[in-house]
Design a protein around this ligand. Structure first.
Ligand code: ADP
Length: 251
């Protein structure tokens, strides 16, 4: 469903992703862990095509994302191609990024109406259903500033799902929350994982959650995957010294 094929991303002289190879199967749940600055968020940002990569190709659902076929060659994608293939991907950010002047319901209707061309009625039905799924049926007419951080983050998840993505990206989605609000957001992600056919890629500092939820854990170090395996392998029996050091510092 997602493939990074020798992907390099540099900022000036700094190599942030270093010939990264990563393949994620349909419906697989992958947790990305690692020290600050190791390139975790950059992986998600490149998938959202928020910036260009310097080398390699990213594929989504078997199609090149960063590139397109032209006269038998793979050339850098134009905006139209990026927009179309990126439509398969939804992302939830650390700081929610809701539209502050729109209700929860309107937040979830905006892109389906303006990007997918759904009628207002269809978009409203879809939004209401998703807000119900994240436990916020009674808050749909509230504005973001009338909601707690956990509730805002659940709206953000519903909003991303309203676009019916095949892949969902979660970037430290509980890091900005008060500790007592973390559980409600993780519960929604758990439910999503169980009830929906979704490929999920999450950058997380919640090691307990990664251990319980992920099919695979990738430990990033210096823009590469230093070690990957099942949660059992990574958390209970890490092979690399760097993984051991990181885990002993955070657990
Ligand atoms: P992580 O998520 O693992 O903490 P990031 O992917 O955010 O790491 O960043 C990896 C490295 O890239 C860091 O050293 C960071 O400072 C650098 N970096 C990220 N974004 C930019 C940018 N827009 N310009 C320059 N350097 C950046």
């Amino acid at each position: 469903m997602v493939k990074f094929d020798n992907v390099t991303k540099r900022y000036g002289a700094l190599t942030v992703l270093d010939s990264l190879n990563l393949e994620i199967a349909p419906n697989e749940k992958v947790a990305i862990i690692g020290p600050s600055g190791s390139g975790k968020t950059t992986v998600l940002r490149m998938l959202m095509t928020l910036e260009r990569i310097n080398d390699g190709v990213i594929y989504v659902d078997g199609e090149p994302l960063t590139h397109m076929h032209k006269n038998g060659e793979l050339v850098p994608a134009d905006e139209k191609h990026l927009r179309r293939v990126r439509g398969n991907i939804g992302m939830v950010f650390q700081h929610f990024n809701l539209f502050p002047h729109m209700t929860a319901l309107k937040n979830c209707m905006e892109a389906p109406v303006h990007v997918l061309g759904l009628s207002k009625k269809e978009a409203e039905e879809r939004a209401a259903e998703l807000l119900d799924m994240v436990g916020l049926a009674d808050k749909k007419n509230h504005y973001p500033n009338q909601l707690s951080g956990g509730q805002q983050q659940r709206v953000a998840i519903a909003r991303a799902l309203a676009m019916r993505p095949k892949v969902m990206l979660f970037d430290e989605v509980t890091s900005a929350l008060d500790p007592e609000l973390v559980g409600e957001v993780l519960n929604v992600i758990r439910k999503l994982g169980k009830e929906h056919n979704l490929t999920m890629l999450m950058v997380t500092h919640q090691m307990g959650f990664a251990k319980e939820f992920a099919d695979r854990v990738c430990f990033f170090y210096g823009g590469k995957i230093a070690e990957q395996g099942t949660p059992e392998e990574i958390f209970n029996n890490p092979k690399e010294e760097r993984t051991r050091q990181f885990l002993s510092a955070v657990l």
